[in-house]
Design a protein around this ligand. Structure first.
Ligand SMILES: [Zn+2]
Length: 432
């Protein structure tokens, strides 16, 4: 056996010895309902992680993201960063997991916060997205420290808030405070549920905008005395159907986005609201007859690394200007709500090559490279932290995220923990 094989063998045994611990840790995390919105129990889960990691010799910082969206004394945005220093100086590998989960929704046959173990799977909201990944990374780090106590460099584990709502009170805040500078951290692994044999290199871009068409209020029996903003918006939808959607479908990308349907530009019309507001369900009256003077549409445009954000914006304003050229009294406003540029880590980046080797070692098959259709916290590490050596890698099936009866497979966590631990062994070797 070579030294590398011996280390891999030792790590596998250290992780297997922690199987029960891994299950209990995952269950404990799921049983803390960290619903977002509104952002429940963030302090509780950070304290739980702090206790556990301090016992293992980590030093822990608790950081509240004061003043970020949603932060209040009732719902404080707490984050936890733990660091373990090796015996010798070296690089730092950071595992970042979000601690928040989305609403439960309907259709569950298991208790969403019961974390029941059934047939090798642990069920609960956040099981795969991403408390299972967080637990796997903790077990991987602890097993590595036990197996290779003389390593060089350092390991960080963070539990962060609000990924599901943009990450502004979580990774973005930490990045602004310098936690992800290339001087402090050299490799970042985000254990999102991308499947144990896949490496996620990045994500497409996002541009959200609100379009408003204007009209003039009048009595509904004499609409010719007013100007209907909803009809103007109808013309916008028409133009989009005729020219914009076909053009977007033509734009293909070399990014390996999964599912393959997202390997092109896409746009979702998120909402259209015009005219009188909807009344509560128990309201029994009729609407009053008015011509709507305003109609608003929110568009959610996802774009490719080959596209420029200025062109993405221009395409939408071109549609509006074209409609303006055809319709009398057509007036509009457009307002940007949110933007994230696409990002993709190079395949030859050190963290990608290392995790790829560990996957083929542990799983006996080549790693698959993928890109996410939607964004995740890598955007903040890339843009604010200026760190390009970042991937998402973790156990769980992406399609189960946010669904009823979400689960994480225990064997999947064990295997991905082995990949993470072997990656630590390669990135933080003991000096000869
Ligand atoms: Zn997630």
């Amino acid at each position: 056996m070579t030294t590398t094989e011996k280390t891999a063998d030792l790590l596998a045994r250290e992780i297997e010895a922690r199987r029960e611990d891994l299950i209990a840790l995952t269950q404990d995390l799921i049983r803390i309902p960290t619903l977002n919105p509104p952002g429940e129990n963030y302090l509780l889960i950070c304290e739980y992680l702090e206790n556990r990691l301090k016992r293992q010799g980590f030093s822990v910082e608790m950081i509240r993201a004061h003043g970020t969206p949603g932060d209040s004394d009732r719902y404080p945005r707490w984050n936890m960063v733990a660091r373990y220093e090796g015996k010798y100086p070296g690089e730092c590998v950071h595992f970042n997991s979000h601690t928040d989960v989305v609403e439960v929704g309907k259709g569950w046959t298991f208790d969403p916060f019961g974390a029941e173990l059934h047939d090798g799977k642990i069920y609960g909201r956040g099981a795969c997205d991403m408390k299972g990944g967080l637990a796997a990374s903790i077990i991987a780090a602890e097993a590595f420290i036990a197996a290779c106590p003389d390593f060089a460099g350092s390991i960080e584990i963070s539990g962060t808030a609000d990924e599901e709502s943009g990450g502004f009170g979580g990774v973005a805040y930490l990045a602004e405070k310098g936690f992800f500078t290339p001087q402090r951290v050299q490799h970042v692994i985000i254990p999102e549920p991308l499947q144990k044999d896949r490496i996620c290199l990045g994500h497409r871009g996002v541009w959200w905008a609100e379009i408003e068409t204007h009209g003039e209020i009048a009595h509904g029996s004499m609409p010719f005395l007013g100007d209907c903003a909803v009809r103007h918006m109808g013309a916008v939808v028409n133009e989009m159907e005729e020219t914009l959607f076909p053009a977007l479908a033509e734009k293909r990308t070399d990014m390996p986005v999964v599912p393959v349907g997202a390997r092109q530009s896409t746009m979702n019309i998120n909402s259209i609201h015009g005219g009188q507001a909807e009344q509560p369900a128990d309201f029994t009256g009729l609407p009053s007859p008015c011509v709507p003077d305003s109609c608003k549409m929110i568009v959610d445009r996802r774009f490719l690394i080959e596209e420029d954000i200025n062109d993405v914006q221009r395409e939408i304003t071109d549609v509006l200007d074209k409609v303006a050229g055809k319709r009398e009294n057509f007036r509009y406003d457009i307002r940007e709500m949110h933007r994230v540029l696409p990002t993709m880590t190079e395949k030859n980046a050190p963290v990608v090559e290392t995790v790829s080797r560990a996957i083929s070692d542990v799983m006996g098959k080549e790693a698959e490279y993928v890109v996410s259709p939607g964004t995740y916290d890598q955007k903040h590490i890339d843009r604010i932290g200026k760190l390009k050596n970042c991937i998402a890698y973790g156990p769980g099936i992406l399609e189960l995220a946010h669904k009823p009866d979400e689960y994480i497979g225990v064997d999947d966590m064990i295997e991905s923990a082995r990949v993470m631990a072997q990656s630590l062994a390669e990135l933080l070797p003991r000096p000869d």
